[in-house]
Design a protein around this ligand. Structure first.
Ligand SMILES: [Cu+2]
Length: 413
């Protein structure tokens, strides 16, 4: 540990890594509070007089020291369990990379594409081959390439003994067991190179089989994967050896020109209408509506009240007796009108009072639920909604880029 930044976990670089990082901070917060309270109590007891004549029995104290640990355990346990299940859940992955542990290297296989495969071995890089900026004993000759912000899945298995594929910054640690497959989600938030090591004692060279993942954009990734695949296309599959006549080729070109023109016009017209729609909606409609609805009544009320107060204060300065008398009479009038209301129409007054009491009771009764609800809500995830929205949008965009590249590639075959 050379820097303060290495005191906690490594910063989360994947969707789940970020969540785990948040859970760690959240748990630490509770831990610090508990530790402070317990150490304070211990010092208090040790430095005290060792006599407890006052606290012989206290019901509310027993309730508190039963409920508080229960709530703390709930606060620690619930988000942790939720995250545990989330980490196991992998939504339909676009690409799968199979990770196979060997004594003592890793190999990566990409086999998601039709009749095609691509695999390679990844050995630790020699000290002599390491350039400035890379890490000794962590760098490899062939990195595992993944796409950032794309739903990817890692299937981890082993060829000989139990290994463990681990990348701490992405909160990934999955055992590679011979004859079994473990699955992890790989959804890195940004491009970069992320390091890890085999985390299961697997023999003499256990320390010398690092994990090195290079996350690239989905465009670069799709180009890389298409460029490297060894396509075993057979003639019957419909791909490949398709000869096209010149006429079909010209027809395709004409179709493409008309289609592009149509798409372009559609886009421009759509943009024009959208422009006016959003201008009217957010530029005129909403500001006017908000100004009229929420601020008008409040502003007039506040202005009226402050104006009358200022007038009264000026009056008070010039003629204190008169102003005070008038204020007392005004207040008396208010009180009198309340009394008169309850005396002349007791049923109405009773109904009004009951309504008020009922609504206040409801508010007080609902408060614990509201607080609990808000608490559960903030515990359920450690990244804010804007971040989540951004991630979802970026994943959708990356998937689109990836699919387009794939469709383009196959249409050329
Ligand atoms: Cu190993």
């Amino acid at each position: 540990m050379s820097f303060w930044g290495q005191f906690g976990l490594q910063e989360g670089v994947s969707v789940l890594g970020g969540e785990v990082y948040g859970l760690h901070d959240y748990a630490m917060l509770i831990l610090v509070v508990v530790f402070s309270f317990v150490s304070f109590s211990m010092f208090k007891v040790l430095l005290g007089s060792f006599s407890g004549r006052i606290y012989l029995e206290k019901q509310w104290l027993e309730v508190v020291w039963t409920l508080a640990p229960f709530l703390l355990l709930l606060a620690l346990g619930l988000p942790s369990i939720k995250l545990l299940y989330l980490m196991d859940e992998i939504d339909i992955p676009e690409v799968t990379v199979k990770v196979v542990g060997h004594q003592w290297y890793w190999s990566y296989e990409y086999k998601d594409f039709r009749s095609s495969q691509y695999s390679y071995d990844s050995y630790m890089a020699n000290d002599s081959s390491i350039e400035g900026g890379s890490y000794r004993m962590l760098e490899v000759d062939n990195r595992c390439v993944v796409s950032c912000l794309l739903q990817m899945r890692g299937l981890i298995t082993s060829d000989d003994v139990v290994h463990s594929w681990a990348i701490p910054s992405a909160s990934i640690k999955a055992d590679g067991v011979p004859g079994r497959t473990n699955q992890v989600g790989l959804c890195f938030l940004y491009p970069g190179v992320f390091y890890g090591q085999c985390s299961e004692l697997c023999g003499v060279n256990h320390s010398f089989m690092p994990v090195c993942v290079e996350a690239v954009s989905s465009k670069v990734f799709s180009e890389w994967i298409m460029g490297n695949h060894n396509f075993n296309v057979n003639a019957s599959s419909g791909f490949g050896n398709r000869s096209r006549s010149c006429l079909v080729f010209i027809g395709d070109k004409i179709y493409w020109v008309f289609y592009s023109m149509f798409r372009g016009t559609y886009f421009v017209v759509g943009l024009y209408f959208k422009w006016w729609f959003y201008l009217l909606k957010f530029g005129i409609y909403w500001p006017v509506k908000l100004a009229l609805e929420s601020t008008f009544s409040l502003t007039t009320w506040a202005l009226n009240t402050s104006y009358s107060l200022v007038v009264w204060f000026v009056w008070f300065l010039s003629d204190p007796v008169d102003a005070s008398t008038s204020a007392v009479v005004w207040l008396g009038g208010k009180v009198f009108s309340v009394i008169r209301f309850s005396v002349t129409s007791p049923v109405m007054a009773f109904v009004w009072l009951t309504k008020k009491v009922w609504s206040l009771t409801c508010l007080v009764a609902n408060l614990p639920f509201v607080v609990f609800d808000a608490w559960m809500d903030c515990m359920s995830s450690f990244s804010d909604n804007e971040t989540k929205q951004w991630v979802v949008i970026q994943i959708a965009r990356s998937s689109e880029v990836f699919y387009k590249a794939m469709v383009e590639y196959y249409s050329k075959k």
